[in-house]
Design a protein around this ligand. Structure first.
Ligand code: GLC
Ligand code: MN
Length: 432
């Protein structure tokens, strides 16, 4: 099939002087060095397969709006055609990475064995395309939530046959990710949660989920996969109560199963907001707990209250997220995956390009602002000063009664100090 969906051959240029209707990067320049590292290596952008090449534009009130030439990709031939167009889009955008679910890249077979064989075949095809283009896989994952067999959960399903199905599917996806040199493997607990306690054995489901994750980690070591295993927290939607609610919940779960040194988190902006947190809170907490892995960049509509997965376009918000990422030392295996989709009226191939170019520019601006704030150093100096009295203190090593005795004897009289939040916010605004 001809690869002509995007109707252009030249990759999108960097041109800060480009006119408002010209498709160009104004801020993202892969080779520009920011805090000693190339921008491309800082941001590690990835395009996701599902929203761009699978989603048809449906919403709860209507079906598909997009007319992609590879729809419906229900044959292997169409799946390959779609992969050709996907890699063409990656080339035009100049992104280094992509991500997929098994379900995105291959049509499901009539049997489990057939589905696995098709996944293997498509992974070989993607491997050839990676070799030819230099593209890399940021992460692979298994879709354990769309098919009706998963409606009551994946590893937390009351039916052990579903658990076994998931084991076979995750094994196949991890094998494929490993073969493709994936930097990470993600588990988003799509339907790992419950609707009502009236039919749910909560404790048992958590035990099953922990055992499943332990098996995944064991298998990763058996095959020598060196990427990180990542859990992606989300508080609700699709289930009413998702078990991987937020970073803190996931950390507690990992500790309980002794997996806190084995598994990290993939934090999504929209999921953080749904959990009642800010994106930067979730990133900072994961860094503090030693489990920061990667991010899914997007944003939700701030009025609607559900997971709308829009492209990012708010530089100050993105800057605070990258500020926490840079403070934590930047990405290791992780990166910035655009888990974001078009609006259903954005029908044209060019809309896919504009969305990513805009998102990449917003992230580039955010990164540069974050780096400038760190290099300026005022915020970090003020933070350090706030804790300066702890220098040389031995309180943390001493027992409670010894601290109490000395506090009383010395007649300490702590004086509150301003948190200076408005001043700090004004400092941030000088950079964004
Ligand atoms: C689904 C989720 C998304 C997640 C992805 C990977 O598409 O909506 O947030 O990142 O699966 O599991
Ligand atoms: Mn996501």
């Amino acid at each position: 099939m001809p690869r002509d969906y995007f109707q252009r051959s030249e990759p999108i240029p960097y041109d800060p002087e480009a006119g408002p209707l010209d498709l160009a990067f104004r801020h993202y320049r892969p080779d520009e060095v920011v805090m000693g590292r190339r921008m491309e290596d800082h941001l590690r952008f990835a395009v996701c397969w599902w929203h761009n090449f699978v989603w048809e534009g449906g919403d709860p009130f209507g079906g598909h709006t997009f007319e992609r030439p590879w729809f419906p990709a229900d044959t292997m031939e169409m799946a390959r055609h779609r992969a050709d167009e996907a890699f063409e889009m990656f080339r035009l955008l100049g992104v280094p990475f992509y991500c997929f679910h098994d379900h995105d890249i291959r049509p499901e077979g009539e049997t489990l064995a057939k589905s696995v064989a098709r996944l293997d075949e498509m992974a070989d095809y993607l491997g050839e395309k990676q070799d030819a283009s230099g593209m890399r896989l940021l992460w692979g994952t298994a879709n354990l939530f769309s098919n009706r067999r998963f409606m009551a959960g994946a590893s937390t399903n009351p039916d052990p046959d579903v658990y076994a199905w998931c084991a076979a599917t995750v094994k196949a996806c991890l094998d494929a990710t490993h073969r493709l040199g994936g930097a990470n493997y993600v588990l988003w607990g799509g339907r790992e949660g419950y609707e009502t306690l009236l039919n749910t054995d909560l404790g048992r489901e958590l035990d099953h989920m922990g055992a499943f994750l332990s098996k995944v980690v064991d298998y990763k070591h058996k095959i020598g996969f060196r990427g990180a295993i990542l859990i992606e927290p989300k508080p609700q939607e699709p289930t009413k109560h998702q078990y991987d609610y937020d970073v803190a919940t996931v950390h507690g779960f990992l500790r309980r199963f002794g997996l806190e040194d084995e598994v990290k988190v993939n934090i999504e902006q929209g999921h953080a907001i749904l959990a009642g947190h800010s994106f930067e809170h979730e990133i900072a907490l994961a860094s503090a707990l030693g489990i920061f892995g990667s991010i899914d960049m997007n944003r939700n509509d701030y009025q609607s209250g559900w997971d709308t997965d829009q492209f990012p376009n708010n530089v100050p918000e993105v800057a605070l997220a990258y500020y926490e990422i840079l403070r934590g030392g930047g990405f290791a295996t992780g990166g910035t995956n655009f888990d974001a989709k078009l609006r259903r009226q954005s029908l044209d191939p060019g809309d896919l390009l504009w969305a990513h170019v805009g998102g990449m520019d917003v992230c580039a601006r955010g990164l540069k602002a974050a780096a400038a704030m760190l290099e300026d150093g005022t915020l970090e100096r003020l933070r350090a000063e706030r804790y300066a009295k702890w220098e040389g203190s031995d309180l943390l090593e001493r027992p409670l009664e010894a601290i109490a005795e000395e506090a009383v004897a010395k007649g300490i009289d702590p004086q509150p100090r301003s948190g200076r939040q408005e001043m700090l916010e004004n400092i941030v605004n000088r950079f964004v």
